[in-house]
Design a protein around this ligand. Structure first.
Ligand code: NI
Length: 180
């Protein structure tokens, strides 16, 4: 599903869970465009995106291209994760990382790669700028798990999955345990 500007307009009062694209869908490799209009269609889409994130078990983030909408929008919320510092729910439009410090390897999963997790090296601390859904400027420094999640989601906007960040698929990729 590629949402175009026509589909963005109109009345929309019910939240919806959107279908999530999975690897190797070629739309996941596209580069997303900046959002230019901060209107009610954007806010409706963001509500659907959040609803879609919430149904993924243990999900801490989602990016618009994962539902086939190639615009620079991500949501990150690691507040449910025990013992990590966080800024609550982050809705980030046109996010940009402006400072990166240190590096740490950690385990990542992704709604678009449901059967695997992987060990990925990310900056330990970052500072990023973005807009909120009303167009107001956000400027935040974060670290650790939250910084990892923000970097993972912003990668989606540039067509990158955690699979593209592994040093080696042989040693850094792990089958997810099946829940039955
Ligand atoms: Ni992901």
């Amino acid at each position: 599903m590629w949402m175009n500007s026509t589909q963005w307009s109109g009345e929309h009062s019910f939240m919806a869970v959107l279908p999530v694209l999975t690897y190797p869908d070629s739309r996941l490799t596209g580069v997303s465009k900046p959002v230019e209009r901060f209107d009610s269609a954007l806010r409706d889409f963001i509500m659907d995106l959040e609803e879609t994130m919430r149904v993924g078990p243990g999900s801490v983030g989602i990016a618009a291209p994962q539902v086939g909408n190639l615009h620079r929008i991500v949501i990150v919320d690691v507040s449910e994760k025990k013992g990590v510092s966080h800024h609550g729910k982050l809705i980030l439009v046109n996010p940009e990382i402006v400072v990166r410090q240190g590096s740490l390897v950690g385990r990542e999963g992704c709604l678009s790669v449901p059967d695997f997790t992987g060990n990925v090296s990310r900056a330990e601390r970052i500072r990023f700028r973005a807009r909120d859904m009303n167009g107001a400027i956000i400027d935040i420094q974060c670290e650790g798990y939250e910084a990892r999640a923000v970097q993972h989601e912003i990668d989606h906007l540039d067509g990158l999955l955690f699979l593209d960040r592994l040093s080696s698929r042989r040693t850094d990729l792990f089958p997810r345990k099946k829940k039955s």
